[in-house]
Design a protein around this ligand. Structure first.
Ligand code: ADP
Ligand code: MG
Length: 261
């Protein structure tokens, strides 16, 4: 179970969950993705309209529906726990409940071993929804957009991860940062990554995900994310999927990216 988190918006969390999920499914894994963002971008990008979804992760977190009942199929061959705008109210609702950080973990525990991998798309905040994602997960991946000030907020995110490790999920592992929207033609992207690697004790994973127009087009149209499977971005997510599987199956070290090499 892997949470993809960064309280900054637009760093490719949702793109990473959808593309990595599709890539893992393509190599034969049974994948469930969970949309924890009230904006429902993951739900939309996987071909479901958040305004028309009958029940969603909101009902699951508030205890009104069983997780299995809300799971949808997608054209990517991955299963989806959708989000709707109702989830914006779940924050307030959950805050009133004891054990509020554990709602998603408890729901996922009802799935037994139906899925090989669960990917959780966290919203752009460090609120109770992200705490649910981090509490349910075994590990967390932090997409970092390779732009100036990318490191802003990383310290705060790592403090939150540390608190979750101390309080609600001692087994949570920080897998590392994933460079996204990477432009290999400029030194700028490399400088940003070196800067982050220097400042924080966090591995930077390879391969960096290149910026490609295909992704912007795919999400805007709600079309399947890996459509045009040979574009550079899709290939990078494939490579990441293979690396993660090798890491999970055999304990192989994750390959890190060193921008100076
Ligand atoms: P987040 O979930 O962190 O807010 P998204 O995954 O929604 O970020 O991505 C933000 C925007 O960046 C979207 O419009 C998406 O299509 C675009 N995007 C993501 N990854 C890439 C990429 N590798 N190349 C080009 N555009 C990308
Ligand atoms: Mg998102």
């Amino acid at each position: 179970m892997l949470a993809v988190a960064n309280q900054k918006g637009g760093v490719a969390k949702t793109t990473t969950v959808a593309s990595l999920g599709a890539a893992l499914a393509a190599i034969g894994r049974k994948v469930l993705v969970v949309d924890l963002d009230p904006q429902g971008c993951l739900t939309f990008s996987l071909g479901h309209n958040p305004d028309r979804v009958e029940s969603s992760v909101h009902e699951v977190l508030t205890g009104e529906a069983a997780l299995r009942e809300v799971i949808l199929d997608t054209e990517e061959g991955i299963s989806l726990v959708p989000a709707t705008i109702d989830l914006a109210g779940a924050e307030a609702m959950l805050l009133m409940r004891p054990g509020r950080e554990f709602a998603l973990k408890r729901a996922l525990a009802t799935l037994d071993n139906d899925y090989d991998i669960v990917l959780i798309d966290c919203p752009p905040s460090l609120g109770v929804l992200t705490l649910n994602g981090l509490t349910a997960a075994d590990s967390v991946l932090v997409p970092l957009q390779c732009e100036t000030l990318a490191h802003r907020g990383v310290g705060q995110l790592l403090r939150t991860v540390g608190e979750v490790q101390q309080i609600t999920n001692p087994d949570l592992r920080l897998l590392g940062a994933l460079p996204t929207l990477y432009d290999a033609r400029t030194t700028h992207s490399r400088d940003v990554i070196s800067d982050v690697a220097d400042r924080y004790e966090m591995p930077v994973l390879a391969p960096p995900i290149p910026r490609t127009v295909r992704f912007a087009e795919a999400t805007a149209s709600g079309a399947t994310v890996l459509a045009g499977r040979r574009n550079k971005g899709a290939l990078a997510y494939r490579e990441l999927a293979e690396q993660l599987v090798a890491h999970w199956d055999t304990g192989a070290d994750l390959v890190t990216f060193s921008p100076t090499a």
